[in-house]
Design a binder for this molecule. Structure first.
Ligand SMILES: C[S@@+](CC[C@H](N)C(=O)[O-])C[C@H]1O[C@@H](n2cnc3c(N)ncnc32)[C@H](O)[C@@H]1O
Length: 503
């Protein structure tokens, strides 16, 4: 046997990576095959160039050399992906891969074991925790071994007191989630994204943004301290008002379930003539049920059913990633939708990237439509995830291909169309208080799994301790600032494009 592996150190393979796993401590370390091969071939005498690796391995109790770690003196640290709910432990399941989040499972504990779990506070040793729980040391150790096993990953045993936000305790090692399912009608003949048919199939509009895709607007659709107690749509209304953009007539393109529109209209005192344009019949109907006083048109952002120079204020929140993105390589003959990309790259003098890249053709066409329909002095506002300079990328976790936005290229297109254009991070535009807290994504997932097991659901909101629906005694929830991910998407990935047609 290779002396690297004592009984308590195993070599596992997860997602094609090699992992050294200490079965006593739950500490584990992925190593490249080359590093492991060097170690295996050199042991037991380590050459100097491997000392750094060896030290790291020793720090993680991975080394076979020497006796196994004394569990009694080690400090048990609880995984952040474990919640104690109503006397049951809920764990993210390391054995199941799931798209867009973890699967969760229940792990039964006896009352004594629950006391031990609670006693594991990140600073007590195993021996001290066993004393607090009134358990014999060997009983406590046996439980901790079950909890630190690769199939559980609820505890890690540490040499030193815990760093409160140690990243190793906020993830588990599990099979890679498969990318979201795709259907053939989500791509055109030259690989461009085409979501018209997918939008026709949307059903259950009321819960669509909890179950299928969550937007920032939906996550902050309830009054939130990060918005001074306002809802997203109310804050958007106030910012438009502050900037002098507000008009008696507004057009919203892609209003989703109408929640933003409802908050916007409430804030305006109902004085605004509100036209909704959407491509999804079910969402249009959901908006209508919520806002019967508003007008609607079934139509597309890329063919706005509006006359030229007719709109004073148009906005569209988290829609343009749905519009067609087209792969194009300037060194290859352009066919199909790629021809439209090539022609616009020339027209707008956007340099083509080398190799194949996605281009946000649908968003460019939307800008052309905006330039057509805006009145002189009219304003348009678009928000979406993306970046000022990174190439567009398809988000793989959803059940449909959304593509991030290259906002730098959108700025060029907008200006070439004669629009004044400025880009602002969404957090700054909407004056989010980044210090405000929300429920961490991992905690939300666990809590939602438990709610569902009880026949209830937990909406995908940026929950705070005050707003979280009552449910029972839950221990282990993690509250994080908005710079970290909550139930909704990561705010810092979102940008706002502000456009104005010159008077
Ligand atoms: C991701 S949802 C955003 C919903 C809402 N604005 C929000 O922020 O929660 C995208 C919305 O745009 C609509 N949409 C997608 N493609 C569209 C298109 N080509 N033309 C008009 N609406 C579209 C969808 O039906 C949906 O209402």
């Amino acid at each position: 046997m290779n002396p690297l592996y004592a009984d308590h150190v195993q070599r596992l393979s997860v997602n094609g990576k090699t992992i050294l796993w200490n079965l006593l401590t739950g500490r584990h370390l992925p190593l490249s095959p080359e590093t492991l091969e060097s170690l295996e071939s050199c042991l037991p005498g380590f050459p100097p160039e491997l000392q750094g690796v060896v030290k790291r391995l020793r720090d993680h109790y991975m080394l076979a050399a020497g006796p196994p770690p004394p569990i009694a003196a080690l400090i048990p640290a609880r995984s952040r992906l474990a919640l104690l709910i109503a006397d049951k432990l809920w764990l993210a399941d390391p054995n199941q891969a799931r798209t867009g989040g973890h699967a969760w499972k229940k792990f039964p504990l006896s009352p004594e074991e629950i006391t031990l779990w609670r006693a594991c506070n990140g600073s007590r040793t195993t021996a001290a925790a066993a004393t607090v729980a009134g358990l014999a040391l060997d009983e406590a150790e046996a439980l901790l071994l079950r909890l630190s096993a690769p199939t559980t990953q609820a505890i890690q045993l540490r040499e030193r007191p815990l760093d409160r936000r140690d990243p190793a305790l906020e993830r588990i090692l599990c099979p890679d989630a498969l990318p979201g399912p795709r259907s053939s009608d989500q791509y055109g003949s030259t690989g461009e994204t085409t979501l018209e048919a997918w939008h026709q199939r949307i059903s259950a509009g009321e819960v669509h943004f909890d179950n299928v895709e969550t937007t920032v607007a939906h996550a902050f659709g309830l009054p939130h301290p990060a918005l001074g107690g306002q809802r997203y749509g109310e804050r958007l209304h106030d910012i438009f008002e502050d900037r002098g953009w507000l008009q008696d007539q507004v057009v919203e393109v892609g209003p989703g379930d109408g929640e933003l529109a409802e908050a916007f209209l409430t804030r305006s005192g109902g004085r605004v003539d509100y036209l909704r344009i959407d491509i999804a019949p079910e969402l249009l109907a959901t908006q209508r049920r919520r806002l019967p006083q508003t007008r609607e048109r079934l139509g597309s952002a890329t063919r706005l059913p509006l006359p030229d120079r007719s709109v004073a204020l148009l906005f569209s929140n988290e829609v343009i990633a749905d519009l067609s993105a087209v792969p194009y390589d300037a060194d290859l003959p352009a066919v199909g939708a790629a021809r439209d990309v090539a022609e616009r790259l020339r027209r707008y003098r956007i340099p083509a990237a080398s190799g194949t890249q996605l281009y946000n053709l649908g968003a460019w066409i939307f800008l052309e439509e905006i330039a057509r329909v805006l009145k002189p002095g009219g304003v348009a506002w678009l928000s979406e995830f993306g970046s000022p300079e990174d190439p567009p990328e398809e988000a793989v976790q959803l059940d449909h291909p959304e593509v991030s936005i290259h906002f730098g290229q959108l700025l060029v297109v907008a200006r070439a169309l004669g629009l004044e254009a400025a880009l602002e991070p969404m957090g700054e535009f909407l004056r989010f208080d980044a210090r405000a807290f929300q429920l961490w994504r991992g905690s939300y997932e666990g809590l939602r799994a438990w709610f569902r097991s009880e026949g209830r659901d937990l909406a995908a909101r940026a929950w705070t301790p005050e707003s979280l629906p009552p449910g029972g005694n839950v221990e282990g929830l993690l509250w994080v600032p908005l710079s970290e991910v909550g139930a909704g998407p990561l705010l810092s990935r979102f940008w706002c494009l502000c456009l104005r047609r010159r008077p």
